[in-house]
Design a protein around this ligand. Structure first.
Ligand SMILES: [Zn+2]
Length: 76
């Protein structure tokens, strides 16, 4: 059995309409194809589809790779 995301675990960069910027969200729960996210800054709740969720995670993982790449190569 492979679960993509376990409810209550993991964080995700997602646009928060309250903060008006991309913030880290806790994955608070899942119901069918809908995930509940909670902004870690203002605690606003957002519902997104599994499809949106996957795109967000892919984008976030891309950003992490870039950050790590920058860390690996000392820029100057
Ligand atoms: Zn927020």
């Amino acid at each position: 059995m492979t679960e993509d995301v376990m409810p209550g675990t993991g964080v995700l960069a997602f646009y928060c309409p309250v903060c008006r910027m991309e913030t880290m969200h806790n994955v608070a729960g899942q119901k069918g194809q809908v995930y509940a996210l909670a902004c870690t800054v203002c605690r606003n709740g957002s519902l997104i589809s599994a499809e949106q969720m996957r795109r967000c995670r892919e984008r976030w993982e891309e950003e992490l790779k870039e950050i790590i790449a920058h860390l690996d190569s000392p820029g100057n």
